[in-house]
Design a protein around this ligand. Structure first.
Ligand code: NAP
Length: 361
């Protein structure tokens, strides 16, 4: 099978570096182009990084020597060389929106980690195990953009990628009226390491700009329905959240409380719904799909960030401590790897899904 050539826009950043480690030996995708800001353009990847490589695996010589393009000024040159691009950049939202649309209009599909287009009704925001059917909205988006091939598809915020997967299987049979999710989020979610953010050592900061709004609202688009005017957000469950930054390098934990409307499942039924849930990525055997999407831990002190975040290459969602609650019906904790499931690997899985379904042809 001939590999598909891809570009990474924002290649020098935290998520961009993850993309490189994931794509270097990918069975379907081949890294053809790397791009970042004008500050990095024209340099080799190693020069542009200037010591910022923060992945555990070593940077290969082939990648270190690759030329860095300017994501904006060299857009046409980039689009001509690749089948699609992954995009994870730190820029103002309006500029990201323009950038992503411009690539799409050059007939280059964009798989995005950025939040700029998450609210656009004809841009699908997909967790491949949960709402793969939203890909159909791409046809509406292509009409709006006037493209044959180009489109934008996004992944959701990293904070909700633990509790939305845990709630979804229960919602296939029961109605969840409301949920409370308190998240304990790792510093890599801010593109940082402890070396670059020493204030975070031995610390908790009770504020992450914009994160609570995303954690409360984005799930409603994921559970939304396809209409002639794009995806219409679901009205429920109502979610309230508090998002805290904690002194962990990787892995977002969430303490979750849920209340059902009408019938509610027993604890054993919830465990069985989690155990038996699998989605399209598992059915299609996509290369980055975890074998078991949801892992439940019986031990009362699991899942733990350091022990469990890398479960199934950081693509599993880990759950534990399910018990009844005196205000809500049930409470539990969940954990997912924020730069793998929550960012780069989640985007690679989304690209695999769209590639397998013919959207990148
Ligand atoms: P980051 O480490 O700060 O990296 C930012 C990247 O954007 C760098 O490659 C930078 O290039 C590039 N960039 C900045 N200004 C640019 C410009 N004007 N034109 C082109 N490229 C530009 O950020 P990150 O943590 O990887 O996050 C990137 C995106 O992913 C953000 O939208 C973030 O919200 C999202 N995200 C992050 C996570 C996470 O866990 N970190 C999770 C989900 C989503 P230079 O090196 O040349 O400056």
């Amino acid at each position: 099978m001939k590999k598909c050539d891809v570009g990474v826009i924002g290649a020098t950043g935290m998520v961009g570096q993850r993309f490189i480690t994931l794509l270097e030996n990918h069975p379907w995708f081949n890294i053809k182009v790397l791009a970042a800001s004008s500050r990095s353009a024209g340099k080799s990847y190693a020069e542009a990084l200037n010591g910022r490589w923060c992945m555990d695996s070593a940077l290969s010589d082939d990648i270190a020597n690759m030329h860095i393009y300017d994501a904006v000024a060299d857009m046409e040159t980039i689009a001509k060389q690749v089948n699609f691009v992954f995009c994870a950049v730190d820029m103002p939202k309006d500029e990201i929106k323009k950038l992503e649309e411009a690539y799409a209009k050059l007939e280059c599909p964009v798989i995005s980690n950025n939040s700029a287009n998450r609210g656009t009704p004809d841009v699908p925001m997909i967790i491949p195990e949960i709402n793969p059917q939203h890909a159909k909205v791409i046809e509406q988006q292509r009409k709006r953009l006037g493209t044959k091939r180009g489109f934008i598809a996004v992944k959701s915020n990293c904070s909700l990628q633990s509790y939305v997967p845990a709630m979804h299987p229960l919602m296939q049979k029961y109605e969840i009226e409301s949920a409370l999710a308190c998240t304990y989020q790792a510093i890599s979610g801010a593109g940082k390491t402890f070396e670059r953010w020493p204030e975070m050592v031995d610390n908790v900061i009770p504020f992450i700009g914009g994160e609570e709004e995303k954690s409360e609202n984005e799930p409603l688009k994921i559970w939304g329905r396809l209409t002639e005017n794009g995806i219409e957000n679901a009205k429920s469950p109502v979610i309230t959240s508090q998002c805290l930054r904690v002194a962990a390098s990787n892995g977002h934990m969430a303490a979750v409380f849920i209340k059902f409307k009408g019938d509610k499942p027993t604890k054993d039924e919830i465990l069985s719904l989690w155990k038996n849930y699998s989605g399209v990525p598992q059915k299609l055997g996509l290369p980055s799909a975890p074998k078991q999407f949801l892992h439940y831990f019986e031990e009362e002190n699991r899942p733990q960030t350091r022990l469990d975040r890398d479960n199934e290459h950081g693509m599993a969602v880990n759950i534990g401590r399910l018990r009844e609650d005196r205000i809500f019906d049930y409470k539990f904790v969940c954990l997912s790897h924020n730069t793998l499931r929550g960012a780069a690997s989640g985007a690679v899985l989304l690209a695999e899904l769209l590639y397998a379904e013919g959207y990148m042809d």
